[in-house]
Design a protein around this ligand. Structure first.
Ligand code: HEC
Length: 178
């Protein structure tokens, strides 16, 4: 009886091995590797804040605010501020910053709390000299230099935003809000 059972198990094992689909080639496909490599960002990058980056211009701040509070072009709320051009070839599908998904800030609707609350940022972080403009610019451009395990989106190294747009987002965050 035992012998028959052993035979049956051996036969089953042989059959399984013979007919099991070999998925290794699909998993290790060179094409899939190419896609993964293309998406790999490489090491965190340090950026120099451009000259004249931080602005008091209400239009620049309005653009930064719009990017901060919105995600998708079609779902974006409110009027598009003057001069906001988001026709970047590689900006799809995330056309705006969606920073409110993780950060609360003045006027935020349905803000998330994965990241720190940026309400009263000027008073708490700038006036107190805890941060400076260049630090905030770098944090938005590539937050990994500050925290290599950050959950925050990488915005300049990915090409999601231009340096000018990051200046405008920074100008908005550090600005005095009514
Ligand atoms: C997926 C969540 C997430 C998103 C989206 C996100 N952040 Fe963050 N952010 C974080 C977390 C978490 C931190 C805390 C530090 C860290 O872990 O990197 C942070 C930190 C920051 C800080 C530093 C605050 C300080 O002084 O300590 C700033 C400024 C900031 N984020 C701005 C932004 C802006 C602007 C956007 C949109 C372009 C954004 N974040 C989108 C999660 C997020």
């Amino acid at each position: 009886m035992n012998k028959i059972l052993t035979l049956a198990i051996t036969a089953a094992a042989v059959l399984t091995n013979t007919f099991a689909a070999d998925v290794r080639s699909a998993i290790e496909s060179p094409d899939a590797k190419k896609i993964l490599k293309k998406d790999y960002l490489g090491p965190a990058k340090n950026y120099k804040m451009p000259a004249g980056c931080i602005s008091n211009d209400p239009d620049a701040i309005a653009r930064g605010k719009f990017i901060f509070h919105n995600l998708n072009g079609e779902q974006a709320k409110g009027k598009l501020p003057k001069g906001l051009d988001r026709n970047l070839a590689n900006a799809e599908p995330k056309q705006y910053g969606n920073c409110v998904a993780c950060h609360n800030i003045e006027d935020a609707q349905g803000a998330g709390n994965i990241g720190p609350d940026l309400t009263n940022y000027k008073m708490y972080f700038m006036d107190s000299k805890t941060r400076d403009n260049a630090w905030v610019y770098q944090k938005i451009a590539d937050p990994r230099t500050d925290n290599e395990n950050t959950h925050m989106t990488v915005n300049l190294t990915t090409g999601l935003f231009t340096p000018t747009e990051i200046c405008e987002i920074t100008s908005y965050i550090v600005s005095e809000k009514k």
